[in-house]
Each structure stands twice: as C-alpha cells, then as structure tokens.
Write a protein that binds this ligand. Structure first.
Ligand code: DX5
Ligand code: ZN
Length: 218
C-alpha cells in the first residue's frame, strides 16, 4: 500500500506561507493539506481561494483542500481555479451531498467526503462509489494541536473494509492529532494518507519528522 503524508499548513507560519510549503515539499511531503474554516461551520477562521492561488506556484505537490465551511458549493469553482487537486467537504455542511460531489468533479478535482468523530458511516452508503477520498476526522474540526480521539480507530478499519469492497482506489485519509508515536497505529487500522499539522510544523526539522513518520509506517 502507498502511504502519503500531508502536512497541514494550519500550523505553519502564516507570515511565511510560501517558504513553509516549499520547506515541507523539500522535506518529503506528498500533499499539502489546506484547511479552510469559516467561523460558522467551525469556530475558527483561516484562509480562502486567494491564499490557495498564491501558494500554487510555490509547490508541485497536489493541494488537498479541506473545506470546513457552510454552505460549500459556492466556493468549489473558486478553489478549483485556485489550483486545488482534491476538495473535501463535510456532508453536514452541504444541503445536497450528491450535487456537491458532482460539482467538485465537474470542476476537474478529486472529491472527498469528511466524517467527524461522531458522524455515522451511513453517509458513505450512497456516496462511496463516487468518491476519490474519505477523510476521517480524529479530532473535532476547528483547531490544530488537539488530542487524537482513539474511538476513530475501529471506524478507520470499517471504512477500509467498505473501500476494499468497492474494488476502487479510494484514499483513506485521517486528520487530527497524528504524531510520530501514533502514526503506525493509524496505518495498521487501515489509513493510507495522514494529515499532520503541529507534528510537522511544530518540529525543528521537518525532514527528520516526515522521515520518522515514514519509518514507523514502512
Ligand atoms: C483540524 C484540521 C486539521 C489540523 C490538524 O480542524 O482539519 O487538518 O490542522 O492539526 P494537528 O495535526 O495538529 O492535529
Ligand atoms: Zn484538515
């Protein structure tokens, strides 16, 4: 299985964002995770398509846009134009989940559905066949640097089973509280893509941290 590490810019130095994404790319990241918060769906406010477009020329890596906004649809064409490769959203934030998935694809991006720690897997019942990625939150969305919620582990395993049953190459990403010392456990549960914000950007040596994470899951 291919494992991917996606540093979240939420914990980067926002005054030097271009430099920070170049640094994690050089340090061996596979994706850049871009957290979009609206002070409405989640109690925090971050960045939008303008910043995404500004970062795009700084990295060749795919931009993995995680929308924590309500409503969702209005922003999708903007993020597609801003250079997003993957756009993920929370089903609770969309009035019409199937329409939002279609909109992401029509705009040329891969589509992901994000499930909060307490969101039921039944959201995948009529959507999984159309998705490119399932993102399981292992913290409640809104802030970096929170504690990993362990009850997500059996959920990861269950989603892995469902993905296998489709026979399609759907990525299973986990977001929140992932560190060098718990990434192996998350991989064993069935994840293949790991968001790491504070663990990477809070460390002195990004390359050493990403290397240590990769060693744990190899
Ligand atoms: C939380 C965000 C995460 C966050 C992860 O709402 O979606 O991507 O940046 O940060 P850490 O790795 O510090 O938990
Ligand atoms: Zn995120």
């Amino acid at each position: 299985m291919a494992f991917r590490i996606a540093p979240s810019i939420l914990s980067a130095d926002f005054a030097r964002l271009g430099e920070e994404v170049r640094a994690v790319a050089a340090a061996g990241a596979d994706l850049i995770h871009f957290d979009v918060m609206d002070n409405h769906y989640v109690p925090n406010l971050t960045v939008g398509p303008l910043v995404c477009a500004a970062l795009k020329p700084h990295v060749k890596l795919p931009l993995d846009v995680h929308l924590m906004v309500r409503p969702v649809d209005r922003l999708i064409p903007d993020f597609a134009r801003a250079g997003a490769s993957i756009i993920s959203f929370h089903p609770e934030a969309s009035e019409h989940v199937d329409r939002t998935i279609a909109l992401i694809k029509e705009n040329g991006c891969k589509a992901g559905l994000v499930l909060n720690p307490a969101s039921p897997l039944s959201f995948l019942d009529h959507t999984l066949d159309k998705l490119d990625l399932v993102l399981l939150m292992s913290v409640n969305p809104g802030f970096g640097g929170q504690q990993f919620i362990r009850s997500v582990l059996p959920k990861i395993t269950e989603v892995r089973k469902r993905i296998k049953a489709t026979g399609r190459d759907i990525w299973l990403e986990v977001d929140g509280g992932i560190k060098v010392d718990n990434i192996a456990e998350v991989a064993r549960a069935g994840a293949d893509t790991f968001v790491a914000g504070s663990a990477v950007f809070g460390s002195k040596d990004y390359a050493a941290t990403i290397r240590a994470m990769r060693e744990k899951i190899s």
